[in-house]
Design a protein around this ligand. Structure first.
Ligand code: ZN
Length: 244
């Protein structure tokens, strides 16, 4: 189905999709130093995890689960109020040692292959750019992948995903843990409007810290600290304004 050769490496870890349509593309890193070990785990019935595709560092793409089936990659998650993300999504595992391995860069060949694969997928399903997401977006506080070194800007330049140049970091007022009030409600409302699973409580609780960090990891990766500084808020506002 894609311009490059896809090998099949079937995983038994899948089930029926329970809701639809398939309108989310979810990107992961494996977070393991050994790619073959990561792949073996995704294909091991004991692991109960899988993804539809696996992209090696050298750009080889493997198909593990058919797109018609519900692969088990998202776990407990939430986007726009939807919690069965597995039923609604295609999942891609990108071989990368991740945070435990010191966040190594994603090789050029791997990203080129990933872009080609994503293009095919969004061409076959009603997945809008703003629903090409990180695992950390739908599971903030629990998941970090594919991490703040993932080249979202390069994908966006190739037409994949919703991304804009982040607002420059500058000193000034910032919202942080245990702040409360109207400006905090506004921040939580904006995050929820974009899709993040956050309640509008008006207080900067741990959940808010996790969601702000997830937002930064994807959209303002220069500083990921869970503090809603001016640049973070401005970047979020600009993203909402450019939503289709
Ligand atoms: Zn993941």
């Amino acid at each position: 189905m894609t311009p490059h050769a896809i090998e099949h490496r079937p995983s038994p870890n899948h089930g029926e999709r329970e809701s639809g349509p398939v309108d989310i593309l979810l990107l992961h890193y494996t977070g393991m130093p050994d790619d073959e070990q990561a792949l073996a785990w995704l294909c091991d019935p004991r692991s109960k995890v899988s993804s539809h595709y696996f992209v090696h560092a050298d750009g080889r793409v493997l198909a593990l689960v058919s797109e018609g089936r519900r692969a088990w990659h998202a776990g407990a998650s939430n986007w726009g109020g939807e919690t069965d993300i597995n039923s609604r999504s295609i999942g891609i595992e990108i071989a990368n040692a991740g945070h435990p391995g010191g966040l190594p860069d994603f090789p050029h060949a791997q990203i080129e292959a990933l872009i080609a694969l994503c293009r095919e997928i969004v061409g076959c399903h009603p997945i809008p750019p703003h629903r090409v997401l990180a695992h950390s977006d739908v599971a903030p506080g629990r998941k970090l992948d594919p991490g703040e070194h993932f080249p979202w800007a390069r994908l966006a330049a190739a037409g994949i995903g919703h991304w804009i140049e982040p607002a420059a970091i500058a000193e000034g007022v910032a919202l942080r843990l245990s702040d409360s009030g109207e400006s905090l409600q506004a921040l939580q409302q904006m995050l929820a409007l974009y899709g993040y699973g956050i309640e509008v409580t008006g207080s900067y609780d741990q959940r808010t810290v996790g969601v702000v960090a997830a937002f930064q990891r994807h959209f303002r990766p220069e500083r990921v600290d869970g503090i809603a500084d001016r640049s973070t808020i401005e970047t979020l506002r600009n993203l909402l304004e450019t939503l289709p």
